[in-house]
Design a protein around this ligand. Structure first.
Ligand SMILES: Nc1ncnc2c1ncn2[C@@H]1O[C@H](COP(=O)(O)OP(=O)(O)OP(=O)(O)O)[C@@H](O)[C@H]1O
Length: 893
């Protein structure tokens, strides 16, 4: 039978077998011709899909009559895209026309012949075909890892088994059209129209396919084998190392005479390796053995143990030289180094014993007194705190003991215990978290150390100043190159116990949330008793229980600490020392410490009281004692050199007497030893000037001091200019002060009528108000009265003496409101030789409670309620010429 069919050439190496299906892109021209065809015919039109045997050759003699099942036009917005054509192969056709027809002009119509493809193949051929097909299909099903594929192979296999003799050739077409046989084989198969012929070709092809897949499997297997050989080698090497270790142990224990081996143990008692080249290998083995022991010591069924075992197994599988090996080993070393509470290698806690001691509080007091002078309030607070810690620990201990006594059946299962309850039980061991706030050098860190000593726990300090990256606290994930755990885990490892005292230094300087995460939030998790029993370090990746750790925080100021963090702490203020306290600290602690550090005996150097006070007043001006310690250190070092020269000096008696060593340092020698006193110059500079008044401040370091408020008048039109890195609040204080002064300019006799603006009368001026140290940021409302006094001084010409300093917020109505940091400010003023301070009336109690008597008695205090009272206290009674009160106006107001 023959017919004329439109011929679709299939680009090399595409081929469509009967029963197969293909989707291919076709050019616009062919697409349009096919579309025309589709539109013309009622049914799915038939085309002859004929392969091109090579990219530029003519048509193959055989093709497949196929139905067009779908033709997709390119989208309108992109007409250059090809058409998409889906064909379904129906039956073989042979072209009986000219095979070299010109195909470039689009679809050509050629005469084709339908060969007789039906007929029953011989049973022998069918049997062979079935066997080959089943073998291949089973093999394919076995080798594939995809479940769906396996199922479809099995289905086809079932079909093959059941297929009748008549349909056998058809199923050969089905299988071949979906397996990836070679192109040439498929072409041959296409040309086989006779069923017997088709079956025998298919059988040969299937056999070829299954032998190919067998060979490739064998290759894969041999690759696998060679890999496991590497692993085998690794294990053998490990065993070899172990055998070598045992052998050298044997050698060591037997006498050198009998063995004749020159083996001597090394200093640490380990056998010395035969060659130094083996030393590394030996330590490696020892270290790994150590890790193993520690893993075995971990609590059974604990998370950390599971993780360690898993990683250990992985380590053993990996070749020793690989990068991954190093990473896992490093991780394991960290994991086992953490003092896990349940591990038998973790140092046992002695603190419970210490807490049980009846004299615990007495001893603690003695410890605190031995380490620090003064600080009565703080020591009292610490004793209270430690008493609470003790009570709670003992209570928790009692509860545990009771739980152990109750028969097993009644004891609630800990695993099924409510986690909240478990947490609260854990929390009972702890008190609140202490936060020491104060200027540098006031003993915050050393108080933390004293607490650790009193509790007999290891002490670790983590400095948080400048920590911008969350990973510094929490560690980097293991996927990072050179990752490691965060500072908390490092501190725990160094402490070696699960209950150390950890001092988180300078929490006010921790970075805020940024693209490196939020370090403050990580810290919050560390400190929060609700969360910290499952602290998650990114590197370790096993929850770590921090509930036994006693955290103490220090900071210089409270301003930059986030509210949630503050909320979790109990604040203890250390405001700084008076001169008297500094003298005692210097004599009892700093001088002996420096003498010891510099190799002098106490009898070899004495500093007179006047010398010590001179150092404290003229060479240092700080709330704490760190500079004082440094200056004393300077004096001691100077004398140490003199002493050394004296010892090494000439033997000649006369000269020796001339170079006599003097063991006392007087105040007048200090200039020769320490240089010119820094603070002398500043004091001399302070003078009485129009428009300048001294305010009281607390710096960002928490240290009190004085700060001049300077004002000048420049020609202008009544503007106020504020400079000195001022924040919004302090700027508003400046404007408030000016408004008050303008409002009272007439009363202060600055203007001659109420309607006149003092900045415009008698001539136009601008006022420039500046707070020096321009680079330091300043803010807050407490400079209100100082600014008002400075403006009044500028506009009236009256001056405030330089020994007066003041602080206080003002309101628009002229009231003076309370401010904070009174103790720091007054102590700072005292250090700066201020003799009179003006403070808000409402801060009276702060002075009485907080300021030491020694300072109170050395200074004069003026507590004021209104700006008028402040002006009177600053300028002196009667200095400012107040106009008699305008009774009428006041009553109208
Ligand atoms: N009351 C005191 N008695 C004895 N020594 C003290 C006292 N206060 C501070 N010191 C000593 O002063 C030195 C500085 O103290 P420390 O390092 O504790 O200061 P700090 O407040 O932690 O400072 P920073 O805020 O800068 O960390 C230490 O050598 C400490 O022993």
């Amino acid at each position: 039978m023959s017919a004329t069919l439109p011929v679709l050439p299939l680009a090399h190496p595409l081929i469509l077998l009967p029963t197969g299906r293909v989707t291919l892109p076709v050019s616009r021209r062919i697409g349009e011709a096919l579309l025309h065809l589709v539109q013309q015919s009622e049914d799915q039109p038939i085309v002859a899909a004929v392969p091109l045997t090579s990219p530029d050759s003519s048509l193959y003699e055989w093709g497949t009559a196929s139905r067009i099942v779908r033709l997709i036009k390119p989208p309108v917005r992109n007409p250059k895209q090809p058409y998409l054509l889906s064909l379904n192969g129906v039956t073989r056709v042979r072209i009986v026309d000219d095979l070299s027809s010109d195909l470039s002009s689009g679809i050509v119509h050629l005469r084709v012949e339908y060969p007789t493809t039906d007929g029953v193949p011989s049973p022998e051929n069918v049997m062979k075909f079935k066997a080959a097909a089943l073998k291949l299909l089973n093999q394919l099903a076995r080798d594939t890892s995809q479940e769906a594929k396996r199922e479809s192979f099995n289905k086809v296999a079932a079909l093959v088994e059941e297929v009748s003799q008549v349909r056998a050739a058809w199923i050969a077409d089905v299988i071949l059209s979906s397996t990836n046989a070679e192109y040439q084989d498929k072409l041959d198969f296409l040309s086989a129209a006779n069923p017997d012929d088709r079956l025998s070709r298919a059988t040969a092809l299937f056999m070829k396919q299954s032998s190919i897949s067998e060979v490739s499997k064998r290759i894969a297997q041999s690759v696998d084998e060679s890999l496991s050989k590497q692993q085998k080698e690794f294990f053998l090497r490990q065993q070899l190392a172990a055998i070598q270790r045992e052998l050298s142990n044997l050698q060591r224990s037997s006498s050198p005479l009998t063995t004749g081996a020159p083996s001597s143990p090394s200093e640490d008692g380990r056998p010395r390796s035969a060659s130094e080249l083996d030393e590394d290998q030996q330590t490696e083995v020892d270290e790994l053995a150590d890790v193993k022991v520690k893993i075995e010591a971990m609590a059974k069924d604990s998370e950390e143990r599971k993780m360690a075992v898993r990683e250990w197994k992985r380590l053993k599988r990996i070749p020793q030289g690989s990068v991954e090996y190093g990473v896992i080993r490093n991780y394991l070393e960290w994991l086992v180094a953490i003092p896990w509470p349940g591990s038998s290698t973790t140092a046992p806690s002695t603190s419970l014993e210490t807490l049980r001691d009846r004299n615990f509080l007495k001893k603690t007091r003695q410890q605190l007194d031995a380490d620090h002078y003064g600080l009565e309030q703080i020591k009292k607070r610490l004793i209270e705190y430690l008493a609470v810690v003790r009570l709670k620990a003992l209570q928790a201990d009692r509860e545990t003991a009771e739980r152990a006594v109750v028969p097993q059946a009644v004891v609630p299962d800990t695993a099924s215990e409510d986690p909240a309850k478990a947490a609260s039980r854990r929390n009972t061991v702890k008190g609140p978290i202490l936060l020491f706030v104060g200027p540098p050098g006031t003993g915050k860190t050393s108080l933390g150390q004293s607490v650790a000593r009193a509790l007999d726990r290891p002490f670790q300090r983590i400095s948080l100043g400048g920590v911008r990256d969350e990973a510094e606290i929490r560690g980097h994930r293991r996927t990072y190159v050179a990752s490691g755990p965060g500072s908390i885990v490092q501190a725990l490892r160094k402490a070696g116990r699960s209950d150390p005292v950890i001092l988180l230094d300078e929490i006010d300087k921790i970075g805020q949330s940024n693209f490196h995460g939020d370090p403050a939030a990580a810290l919050l998790e560390v400190l929060d008793p609700e969360q910290n029993h499952t602290f998650n370090d990114h590197y370790i990746n096993v929850p770590i229980d921090l509930s036994q750790v006693l955290f103490i925080c220090t900071s210089n100021t409270l301003d930059t600490i986030s509210a949630p963090l503050l909320d979790r702490t109990e604040i203890v203020h250390l405001s700084g020392y008076t001169y008297d306290e500094k003298m005692h600290i210097a004599r009892q602690f700093l001088l002996p410490k420096q003498l010891k550090a510099n190799g002098l005996a106490p009898e070899q150097l004495t500093l007179t009281d006047s010398a010590l006070i001179h150092i404290a007043t003229h060479y240092t001006r700080e709330a704490g004692v760190r500079s004082l310690e440094r200056a004393i250190g300077g004096v001691v070092r100077y004398k140490a050199v003199e002493w050394a020269e004296h010892l090494d000096g000439p033997a000649d008696d006369a000269e020796k007497i001339a170079k006599q060593y003097k063991d006392v340092v007087e105040a007048d020698e200090l200039e020769a030893i320490l240089g010119i006193a820094r603070w002398d110059a500043e004091e001399n500079e302070r003078e009485e000037r129009r428009g300048v008044v001294y305010g009281l401040v607390v710096t960002s370091m928490g240290e009190g001091g004085i700060l001049p408020v300077e004002t000048i008048a420049v020609p202008g039109s009544g503007q106020l200019k504020l400079t000195g890195s001022l924040g919004d609040v302090i700027k508003e204080s400046g404007e408030l002060a000016l408004s008050w002064v303008k409002r009272h300019a007439y009363d202060l006799c600055i203007t001659t009528s109420r309607s006149q603006d003092p900045l415009k009368y008698p001539s136009g001026i601008n006022v420039h108000l500046h707070l020096p140290s321009g680079a330091v940021k300043k803010d807050g409302p407490s400079a209100g009265i100082a600014m008002t006094c400075a403006l009044v001084s500028l506009l009236t010409g009256a001056c405030v003496p330089p020994n007066i300093a003041m602080t206080g917020e003002i309101t628009l109505r002229g009231r003076v409101g309370a401010v904070g940091g009174i103790k720091e400010k007054v102590l700072g003023a005292h250090r700066a030789n201020i003799t009179k301070v003006i403070l808000p009336w409402t801060n009276r109690k702060d002075v009485e409670h907080d300021v030491p008597l020694e300072v109170r008695s050395a200074m004069q205090f003026a507590f004021v309620r209104t700006v008028e009272e402040a002006l009177e206290a600053a300028f002196g009674k009667g200095t400012l010429g107040w106009r008699p009160k305008d009774v009428l106006l006041e009553s109208r107001l």
